[in-house]
Design a protein around this ligand. Structure first.
Ligand SMILES: Nc1nc2c(ncn2[C@@H]2O[C@H](COP(=O)(O)OP(=O)(O)OP(=O)(O)O)[C@@H](O)[C@H]2O)c(=O)[nH]1
Ligand SMILES: [Mg+2]
Length: 396
C-alpha cells in the first residue's frame, strides 16, 4: 500500500471513530523521525514486539545489560552487518518502543534502517509514521510541516499548531455551531482566516522582486541583502538579463529574493525576453521593490511597475552615498505605495530600515503565541466548511 493510501485510510478510519487500522500490534516497524537533511544526530524510532530482538542481535551496550527500564537511555555500539562500531544511544520510551540515536549524516541512519529491514522490520515513511501515531490529522500535518520550516520564527508558529492551536480553535467553532451561536462561529472562523496569507508562507517563502529600470542598482542591492556577490554588477546598463533568485530570510520570514532585468524598450532580442520575464515576475510577486536612481528620478518604467500592483510595492531610492544627491519627487507614487526607503548598497546605509520595512509589508501584524493559523488545504477546507455552515444560518 502506498504511503498516501495508508495516510488516507488512516484519516477515514479516524473520521469514523474507528481504531487505527495500521496499528497492527504484531508488526514491528521503524522510521527515521528526525528531518531528512544531515544534522548532528539522527533518531530512528522502532516499535513492536521485535524491537528488543533487533537490539539484542545488533547492539551492545558499553556498560550493563541490554535490558533497559522504561525512560532510560544507554550508550553502546552496533555490532552487526556493515555498521559495526557505529556509536548509538538507545532510549526505551515505551514497553515495545525504542529510539536509536545515531550520527546525523544520511549514511548512518540509512544503514541502520537497511539492517532493520533485512531482519524483517517494516520501514515506514515519516508521513505514514506520524499519521499512524497521531490521532489528530491537523497535528500530524503540523508535525510534518515542522520538519520543513526554515526559520525559528516560522517553526515557532508551526509548533503552536503542532501543540493543538488550530485543532482547539476548530473545536471552539464546532461548539459555537452546536449551541446555535452561528455569529460567534463565523467570527471565530473569520479571525483565523485573517492569517491565511502568513499561513501560506510558513514553508513556501514570500516572493520579493527587485525591479526597476537598468542601472538603478538592483543587483547591487540584492548582493548587499544576501551578504555576498551573488549577481554580476556592472556600470553598463542591461547587465542582468534573466531572473536570478536566492532563498533567504528577512526578520525570520522566509523569502525568495529575485533580481531582474532592467525595464526598458530594447531592440536586443535576449534583453527583451528578460524584460518580459521581469514584468511577469512583478505580477506574481508578493512584494516588489521598485528601485529609483536619485539622479534619473521617477520614469515611465517605474510607473508601469507600480501600476502592476500599487499596494504591494515598496519604493527604494538607491545610491544615497552619492554626495549632493538630489531627492526625486515621488509624492504621486507615495500616495499609492506608501513611504519610500533610501539606501546605499555601497555603504550599507538604510539597509536595516529597508529590511524592517520589508518585514512590515510582508507581515504587518505578527501573530501572538498560540494563534491558530491554517497552512494546509485541508485545514482551509475544514474552516471553510464551518464558515459555510454558519453562514447559511446568519444570512437568513
Ligand atoms: N555609488 C553607488 N553606486 C552604486 C550603488 N548601487 C549600485 N551602484 C553602481 O551602479 C551601477 C549599476 O549597478 P547594478 O547593481 O549592476 O545595477 P542594475 O540595476 O542591476 O543594472 P542592470 O542589471 O543593468 O539593470 C554599478 O556601477 C554599481 O557600482 C550605490 O548604492 N552607490
Ligand atoms: Mg543587474
Amino acid at each position: 500500500m502506498s504511503d498516501y493510501k495508508r495516510s488516507a485510510l488512516f484519516c477515514v478510519f479516524k473520521q469514523h471513530g474507528l481504531e487505527n487500522p495500521l496499528a497492527d500490534h504484531n508488526i514491528t516497524s521503524a522510521c527515521r523521525i528526525t528531518g531528512n537533511s544531515p544534522s548532528a544526530i539522527a533518531v530512528i524510532e522502532i516499535v513492536g514486539p521485535d524491537a528488543k530482538t533487533w537490539l539484542d542481535r545488533n547492539w551492545k551496550p558499553n556498560h550493563g545489560s541490554g535490558k533497559l527500564q522504561l525512560d532510560t537511555i544507554r550508550y553502546g555500539q552496533i555490532i552487526a552487518e556493515a555498521i559495526v562500531g557505529e556509536s548509538v544511544i538507545v532510549c526505551r520510551t515505551g514497553p515495545e518502543r525504542y529510539e536509536v540515536h545515531c550520527h546525523g549524516g544520511k549514511i548512518a541512519s540509512q544503514m541502520l534502517l537497511q539492517s532493520m529491514q533485512n531482519q524483517g522490520i517494516q520501514i515506514q515513511s515519516p508521513q505514514a509514521w506520524v499519521a499512524a501515531n497521531e490521532q489528530d490529522p491537523f497535528i500530524a500535518q503540523a508535525t510534518m510541516a515542522l520538519t520543513q520550516a526554515t526559520t525559528l520564527r516560522t517553526a515557532k508558529i508551526l509548533l503552536d499548531q503542532q501543540q493543538g492551536a488550530f485543532s482547539r480553535a476548530l473545536a471552539n467553532i464546532d461548539k459555537a455551531i452546536q449551541k446555535g451561536d452561528f455569529t460567534l462561529a463565523m467570527q471565530l472562523a473569520d479571525q483565523i482566516r485573517t492569517w491565511d496569507r502568513l499561513g501560506q508562507h510558513l514553508i513556501e517563502p514570500f516572493d520579493i522582486l527587485v525591479c526597476g529600470p537598468p542601472n538603478v542598482g538592483k543587483s547591487s542591492l540584492l548582493n548587499r541583502i544576501l551578504g555576498y556577490q551573488r549577481a554580476i554588477v556592472h556600470q553598463q546598463a542591461g547587465t542582468t538579463r534573466d531572473l536570478l533568485s536566492e532563498i533567504s530570510s528577512i526578520d525570520g520570514w522566509p523569502v525568495r529574493l529575485t533580481d531582474s532585468a532592467g525595464i526598458r524598450a530594447t531592440c536586443d532580442a535576449i534583453e527583451s525576453i528578460g524584460v518580459q520575464r521581469a514584468v511577469a515576475a512583478s505580477r506574481s510577486s508578493d512584494l516588489q521593490l521598485i528601485l529609483v536612481d536619485p539622479i534619473e528620478g521617477w520614469t515611465g518604467q517605474h510607473q508601469q511597475l507600480l501600476d502592476e500592483k500599487p499596494t504591494q510595492s515598496l519604493i527604494v531610492i538607491t545610491k544615497s552615498d552619492i554626495a549632493d544627491c538630489p531627492m526625486p519627487d515621488l509624492s504621486h507614487a507615495h500616495r499609492l505605495s506608501g513611504p519610500s526607503v533610501q539606501v546605499s548598497a555601497v555603504s550599507g546605509n538604510g539597509i536595516p530600515e529597508l529590511l524592517s520595512e520589508i518585514s512590515k509589508r510582508l507581515v504587518p501584524v505578527v501573530p501572538e503565541s498560540g494563534q491558530a493559523i491554517t497552512f494546509t488545504d485541508s485545514q482551509r477546507q475544514a474552516l471553510e466548511d464551518r464558515y459555510q455552515r454558519s453562514g447559511k444560518y446568519t444570512s437568513v
